[in-house]
Design a protein around this ligand. Sequence first.
Ligand code: HEC
Length: 197
Amino acid sequence: MNRYLVIFLGAVATVTFAFVVLIGLPEVQLAGVPAPAGLAPYTASQAEGRALYTSLGCYYCHSQQVRTPSFGSDSARGWGRASEPEDYVYDRPHLLGTMRTGPDLMNIGVRQPSRDWHYLHLYQPRAVAPFSVMPSFRFLFVLKDQAEMGDEIVTTPPGLVPAGKVVVAGPKARALVDYLLALKRDYDPHAVAGGAP
Ligand code: HEC
């Protein structure tokens, strides 16, 4: 009978140890990481886009973590410099991701700065990457007979939309692309505002 107590205490000790090592220590270690001078907090629209990125499940297929060259070929693929804790100071929760069905997006704003490209790609990924398995996010756009004042028209290749129609980016598409274009980690992560790190 006494064994039950030993098993119970052993289980509690294991969970507590894992909690301290995997959650407690990193939290203490990284709590004081300063914001890099080159990284701005998200604007309202970018933050809305980030929430959409999460709710639409983009992170199921896209990571946001560039490994150091000794751990993999991420930088050689043009995904940018290795990520540092400083890069995530405004990310709560972070969107590191675990799958790479698509490319890493930590630096997509540097790699692909065209708003128009992002709109078309989200509307129909296969219009820009013929063999893409990325789903189309067409419901973020509106098909109109005529564009109105203030509309952001998506440039579509011939045959993608019925003749006489235009594709206009909806408010969610605009916010999502605002967020994607803000993903630029091309600054020095250790240069802190106001001088020395
Ligand atoms: C089922 C997996 C999957 C999901 C979900 C997904 N993607 Fe993708 N994505 C891909 C693949 C595969 C590619 C590479 C082919 C291409 O460019 O379409 C890609 C490419 C991209 C690119 C271009 C990357 C580059 O380096 O050129 C961007 C930007 C992107 N996705 C954004 C998104 C966003 C935003 C979402 C959520 C709204 C999303 N993806 C959801 C699979 C996915």
